[in-house]
Design a binder for this molecule. Structure first.
Ligand SMILES: *Cc1c(COP(=O)(O)O)cnc(C)c1O
Length: 349
C-alpha cells in the first residue's frame, strides 16, 4: 500500500500551458520510496516539495543514480494512456543493476505511477503535442563519502506537463571526431545520470558552432555512427531504414524499437547493423541518402537537416516523408486516435 498525503491547494491555475519550457514546471504530487535496512520501505505520495539531504550523500560524490523518461497522453474522450510502460520499468532496473542499485518492486512502480497520474490527472492536457513527461529516478542517499555502493537509496517519480520538444522542428548536427559518449563495457546502455553530465561540455561546444546536437561515434575509432545526442538515430538509404544495433554503448530506446516495428509492418526494409561515417558520406555523394532522423520519448521523431564532419557540411534532402509518416503513426497510437495492433498502450484508470 502507498501512504498518500494530498495537497490542499493545486498550483495548476498558475500554469500557462501554452508556454511551457520543457521540464521546468512540475505537478502537485510526487512519489517517493526509501530503501534502507536492505529493503524498499512503504512508498508515499506527497505534495511536490524539496528534499532534505545530508551533504555527504553518496549521489553528490559518486553519481550513483539512474533515471527514466516516459509520457502519459490524454485522448479526446478524456482517457489517460501510457505507452509501453513495462519497457521503462524493465529498463530502469537494468540501469539500476549496472549501477549496483537494488531493483525496485514492480507493484510499487505501477501502483505509484497510476495513483500519481490519477491525482494529477488535470495536468495532462488533451491535444496532440501535449503530454505529461514522467521522470522516475533512483539515487544513492546514504550519508557517506566512502567510495562504494550505498546502503540507502531514494526512488522517486515526478511529472512535468510538456509541449513538443524542439518546437522548431529540424536540426543540424555535428559528427563527433574527438569526444565520445560511451565505451565498451561501460554504462552507455543505461540511463545513468553521469552519461548526460559528460555530454554537456562537448554539446555546448557544438552549440557555439551552430549545431543542435552531436552524433556520437564509437569511442575507439570514431568510425561508426551510434546515437544523436540523447536520441537513437536512423538513416534512410536507398529506401532502407538503417540503425545501429543495441549493445553496451547504445541505449535500447522504446521509440527506436516502436519505429522499427511500425516501419516493418509497412513493408519498409529495416537493417539493424553497424553503420560507418564513411558509408553516410558516400551515400550523400551518391545521392542515396534520403533521410536522417533521431528518435526518443521527448521528441518522438526528429528530422535532421544536415550533418557536419571534418569541417564539411552535408545538407540532407528536404521532405523527410518517412520520418513524418512514422511519427504520425506512432503519435496516433500514443494518443489513442489510431488503432493499436501491438497492444502498446495501457489505459490509466
Ligand atoms: C532515453 C534515451 C534514448 C531514447 O530512448 P526512448 O526510450 O526512446 O525515450 C536514446 N538514447 C539515449 C542516450 C537516451 O538516454
Amino acid at each position: 500500500m502507498i501512504n498518500i498525503q494530498q495537497i490542499t491547494n493545486s498550483k495548476i491555475n498558475d500554469v500557462d500551458f501554452d508556454n511551457l519550457a520543457f521540464g521546468k514546471i512540475f505537478t502537485d504530487h510526487m512519489f517517493i520510496c526509501r530503501y534502507y535496512d536492505n529493503q524498499w520501505q512503504t512508498p508515499e505520495i506527497k505534495p511536490y516539495q524539496p528534499l532534505i539531504m545530508d551533504p555527504s550523500a553518496s549521489v553528490f560524490h559518486y553519481g550513483q543514480a539512474v533515471f527514466e523518461g516516459m509520457k502519459a497522453y490524454k485522448d479526446s474522450k478524456g482517457g489517460t494512456w501510457l505507452f509501453r510502460p513495462d519497457e521503462n520499468y524493465n529498463r530502469i532496473n537494468r540501469s539500476a543493476h549496472r549501477l549496483q542499485i537494488p531493483e525496485f518492486p514492480k507493484e510499487y512502480f505501477f501502483e505509484g505511477l497510476k495513483k500519481l497520474l490519477l491525482l494529477d490527472n488535470k495536468w495532462i492536457q488533451p491535444g496532440e503535442g501535449n503530454s505529461l513527461y514522467i521522470r522516475p529516478f533512483v539515487f544513492a542517499s546514504q550519508a557517506s563519502v566512502q567510495a562504494s555502493a550505498s546502503s540507502e537509496y531514494i526512488f522517486m517519480i515526478i511529472c512535468a506537463p510538456v509541449k513538443t520538444y524542439y518546437s522548431g522542428g529540424e536540426i543540424n548536427v555535428l559528427i563527433a571526431e574527438e569526444y565520445s559518449r560511451a565505451a565498451n563495457g561501460g554504462v552507455g546502455f543505461a540511463k545513468a545520470a553521469g552519461n548526460y553530465a559528460a555530454q554537456f561540455y562537448p554539446t555546448s561546444e557544438a552549440l557555439k558552432q551552430g549545431f543542435q546536437q552531436i552524433i556520437w561515434t564509437d569511442a575507439e575509432r570514431h568510425e561508426y555512427l551510434e546515437e544523436a545526442g540523447t536520441m537513437n538515430i536512423f538513416f534512410k538509404i536507398n529506401n532502407t531504414l538503417v540503425t545501429a544495433p543495441t549493445n553496451d554503448r547504445i541505449l535500447d530506446g522504446v521509440t527506436r524499437k516502436s519505429i522499427i516495428a511500425i516501419a516493418k509492418s509497412q513493408g519498409i526494409p529495416v537493417e539493424e547493423r553497424p553503420i560507418k561515417v564513411s558509408e553516410l558520406v558516400e551515400a550523400h555523394q551518391n545521392g542515396n541518402i534520403q533521410e536522417v532522423f533521431g528518435t526518443g520519448t521527448a521528441v518522438v521523431v526528429l528530422p535532421i537537416n544536415s550533418f557536419s564532419y571534418k569541417g564539411k557540411t552535408y545538407k540532407l534532402p528536404e521532405g523527410n516523408n518517412l520520418a513524418h509518416s512514422l511519427k504520425e503513426t506512432l503519435v496516433g497510437i500514443q494518443y489513442n486516435t489510431l488503432e493499436d495492433p501491438y497492444n502498446w498502450t495501457v489505459a490509466v484508470q
